[in-house]
Design a binder for this molecule. Structure first.
Ligand SMILES: [Fe+2]
Ligand SMILES: [Fe+2]
Length: 315
């Protein structure tokens, strides 16, 4: 199962070395190998939904909100759609990696559904932005373009020096899990019934996306070397310190927060149309990182305590 990068014509040490692996099709087994992941694939098929019909769009009543609230909500839901769209493009990069490394077929099966699910998340968020007055194709503040760009996972997908397990640990078991924990709170505080419906539908899928990460990591860890586990640890720490705590998901955490975005999010939050704010997210980040640390420890991935000027020390 371990990929043979030494056979690749150019060897490792290049960012896209995964693509240099010999493309071997056979033998090709597609039977069940990792039971828990195959089960997630089955669940994905059973739990399909359609963004056009699963939400009672006609029930949305824009007259209950001010123009400012609706404009802020358009920005918020458009930004969500861009984020989901980003997930669509990182998704096939991972699928190519599974194939090139001849990983267990269950991964490809599930991941194809995952890609499809991110598509419908993008669609449902775009529809919600439309309901609020119109989906926006770019940030109102030009300077924000950088902060809504990809966090570098796509380019890491083909990096042979980053084991796939380290990608799974950092991208899924860390970033996606934190996003999920914030999402659970978001659903609780969102009062608009249509916005709530949209969020619940997305969450229904995201629970599997997180599960996938943990199940695969738990399956792989017993066969991994100490050095590989160490890379997992380094990547998770990088994800927490350089991505999450620098404000990739939450602008208030960044050194130079975008005040217009924070204000707009507060309007959306107060209207009950979907956003979270600093005082809601702060305790969630602490809890979420604590839970990730607890769950990773038995896998041999020991995380340190973290500090952040706006959260505190040693969480
Ligand atoms: Fe998503
Ligand atoms: Fe997801």
């Amino acid at each position: 199962m371990t990929p043979t990068y030494t056979l690749a014509p150019t060897g490792t040490g290049r960012p896209n070395a995964v693509l240099d692996l010999p493309d071997r099709q056979f033998p090709r087994s597609i039977g069940e190998t990792v039971g828990p992941i195959r089960e997630l694939y089955r669940r994905s098929k059973q739990r399909e939904w359609n963004a056009a019909t699963a939400v009672d769009w006609a029930a949305f009543d824009p007259s209950s909100y001010t123009d400012d609230q609706l404009f802020a909500a358009r920005q918020y839901w458009s930004r969500r759609a861009w984020g989901e769209y980003g997930a669509i493009s990182e998704s096939p990069a991972m699928a190519i990696r599974y194939q090139m490394e001849r990983r267990e077929p269950d991964l490809v099966f599930f991941w194809t559904m995952r890609t499809h699910e991110e598509v419908r998340h993008a669609e449902v968020c775009q529809r919600m932005a439309d309901a609020c007055g119109g989906y926006l194709t770019e940030p109102v503040t030009k300077a924000l373009e950088g902060s809504v760009a990809t966090h570098g996972v796509r380019s890491m997908s083909f990096d042979a020096d980053t084991p796939l397990e380290a990608l799974v640990a950092s991208l899924i078991c860390c970033a996606e899990v934190i996003a999920f924990d914030v999402f659970v709170a978001l659903i609780k505080i969102t009062t608009d019934p249509v916005a709530k419906q949209v969020l619940k539908l997305i969450m229904r899928d995201e629970v599997r996306h997180c599960d996938f990460g943990w199940k695969y990591l738990e399956y792989r860890v017993p066969d991994m070397t100490a050095a590989e586990i160490d890379v997992c640890r380094a990547k998770v720490i990088w994800m927490i310190e350089e991505i999450e705590l620098k404000g990739y998901h939450s602008s208030w955490l960044s050194e130079a927060p975008d005040l217009a975005e924070i204000e707009a999010d507060r309007l959306v939050y107060e209207a009950g149309l979907g956003a979270t704010v600093e005082e809601i997210e702060r305790p969630l980040m602490i809890e979420s990182i604590g839970r990730i640390r607890e769950r990773m420890a038995p896998l041999g991935i020991e995380l340190p305590m973290f500090d952040h000027p706006k959260i505190g020390q040693g969480f």
